[in-house]
Write a protein that binds this ligand. Structure first.
Ligand SMILES: [Zn+2]
Length: 350
């Protein structure tokens, strides 16, 4: 693909599959702390980050998104590691570039919600710009192919991120994604669909939604965005079952207790593979060109999206084939004792 692959692929109406969700996946594996969600793992266990980059590419990601999400000054301040900002960003980007080059993939730098920006307080704008600037400049230096600005709950912060990519990004393309709230209005009062249109008008290469909503509550909003925007649209939902009653992963509850599931018990609301299949199919039909999964992503789920977009990644070698299962599969392939008879004799009802 090479460095121009990003625009070329999109100009031809093609698609780009992108794995996100590193933070939650590494927390699940026991190498990242829930709460701050700072990717200290980049410095403490770099081989695991490289491995996850490789794993997601194996599962169908066309992009190695550098794990610099929340590796910004404000988040590092919270965990007392501001002095590690440069090293952490460089390490994440360097490994991402290497894995991308080894696999003919693209590599993206990543900036995100600053945890500083307050739309009603202009005094927060410059500190936010500085947060974006220092991460963008390192991403440019480490040869990112494009920059992702993601998970913005305010239009104004997303617009500032885009402006910073244009100002400090040496002409690199931009993907700007908003994190839609439970309603259709962003935290600073902008309608989410209108905000996407404004970001298009401001020069974003790709615009859309990531995080926050699961497939079922993100898709209706994507349909509206698709109607008003003419640039490629991005869609990277969380892998949790949201609904009209609980439209956002902050509003999900644990089935037994009805306590809030976010963030520690979101595992109780994971999407089924079927739901991700539906998402991949519908997103493709809708013409979503930049597609992936955010929090809750895992390789077996991303592979489904990639396959629904017509890909056959290396991991497709291991895509499910339940015909080979000794009880639920092709019964002619197994001894009867292990199929109907076993279930009948034991009174088993599976
Ligand atoms: Zn997310």
């Amino acid at each position: 693909m090479g460095k121009t692959g990003f625009l070329e692929r999109l100009q031809n109406g093609g698609s780009i599959v992108v794995a996100e969700g590193y933070i939650f996946e590494l927390e699940r594996r026991g190498y990242l702390q829930a709460g701050s969600f700072v990717p200290e793992v980049v410095l403490e266990h770099p081989h695991l980050v490289r491995q996850l980059y490789e794993e997601f590419v194996h599962a169908g990601s066309d992009v190695v998104l550098a794990l610099t999400y929340y590796a910004h000054r404000e988040k590092l301040r919270v965990v007392g590691r501001e002095n590690d900002l440069d090293a952490m960003n460089r390490a994440a980007l360097k490994m991402a570039r290497e894995v991308a080059d080894e696999n003919d993939c693209l590599m993206a730098g990543n900036i995100c919600n600053s945890a500083v920006f307050i739309h009603s307080d202009e005094n927060t704008f410059l500190p936010t710009e500085n947060i974006f600037k220092e991460q963008i400049e390192i991403a440019v230096e480490l040869e990112a192919d494009f920059i992702v600005g993601e998970t913005f709950s305010c239009f104004a912060e997303a617009a500032l991120a885009l402006k910073c990519i244009q100002k400090y990004g040496q002409g690199l393309p931009s993907v700007i994604t908003l994190s839609a709230s439970a309603g259709d209005v962003l935290l600073d009062g902008y309608d989410t669909v209108d905000a996407c249109k404004k970001l298009e008008e401001a020069g974003a290469t790709v615009v859309g939604l990531n995080c926050g909503r699961g497939p079922r509550t993100m898709l209706p909003l994507l349909e509206k965005i698709k109607q008003v925007c003419s640039i490629p649209i991005a869609a990277l939902p969380v892998v949790y079952t949201t609904s009209s009653e609980e439209p956002h992963f902050f509003s999900l509850t644990i089935p037994d207790t009805k306590e809030r599931a976010f963030p520690l018990d979101l595992c109780s609301r994971m999407c089924s593979r079927k739901e991700i299949e539906e998402f991949g199919t519908k997103a493709n039909e809708l013409g979503i060109q930049y597609v992936g999964l955010c929090c809750g992503n895992s390789s077996n789920m991303l592979r489904i999206v990639a396959e629904k977009y017509g890909r056959t990644p290396p991991a497709s070698k291991y895509s499910p084939d339940m015909e080979k299962h000794y009880i639920y599969g092709d019964k002619t392939k197994f001894r009867k004792e292990f199929t109907e008879d076993l279930m009948a004799v034991k009174g088993g009802k599976f």
